[in-house]
Design a protein around this ligand. Sequence first.
Ligand code: ADP
Length: 296
Amino acid sequence: MITVIGSLNQDIVVRVTRHPKPGETVLGKDHFVAAGGKGANQAVAASRLGQAVTMVGRVGDDDAGRMLLAGLADDAVDTSGVAVDDGAGTGIDFITVDDQAENAIVVSPGANGRMSAADVDRAAAAVSEAVVVLLQLEVPLDAVSRAATLATGVVMLDPAPARALPQELLSRVDVLVPNRSELGVLAGQPEPTTTGDVLAAARTLRGPDAIVVTLGAEGALVLRGGEPPVAVAAPVIEPVDTVGAGDAFCGALADGLARGQDLVAACRRAVVAGAIAATRPGAQPSLPTAAEVQAA
Ligand code: ADP
């Protein structure tokens, strides 16, 4: 059983030939609206793989919030920990995806920004009983820290969007899952490019038992205290839209750990889930089922 504490956003997605520069307007293609938010995406990713998942978060009392709750329920995610906030709108992601499948995203947090430690306390049983507690940084740090404190299972943190973190929180994290740029921010360094730079940046971090660095098309690098790093290659695919790839990876990794898999074995499945998500448009619509991951 996994409990996710995090964001629920409505994604508004437009494909563009290239992203606009500051001050510039570009013409895009037709937009589409889909369910997103890193928290909800990771909850759905794990649930589609057959995991029992509880979501803790906040939406606004509006159509977007109702759409997101209905979508999670369709995906068998327990939404009893999601509060409906009549003081703020549902969070929105404004996403552009270019011809290289690269995305640029502006997040308007709305109700997500009003999450507090009290929201986590209301779901205390789901947090303390979870085999894996899955966290990201799209909700206030107070809520994230409280969840990490209440957790008795594995604490997994996707440190996105990137920000410096208090050592007290990092010390409660068992598995940290940054991408390259997030690792750079956490280490207070420029984004590491080579494997050597990634290892050096990861070694500066104190607290997590393991760090899994996601490397896009190159897969992931698994670092566990004292052990040699393990590279896990991603399947070769033609990316269409990498929105949701990182969330597919995190949800699948959490699912594997909740099933008692070893970290490297869980990563082998997670890179497949991430790669499948990168071949399809949107965040939650792109997340694969267990059968699809198995077939790949
Ligand atoms: P984020 O989207 O959080 O920056 P990454 O870009 O590292 O994360 O992607 C997360 C995971 O998704 C990768 O570890 C990999 O498994 C998969 N993935 C992403 N892009 C590709 C790609 N171009 N080819 C194959 N797999 C990919």
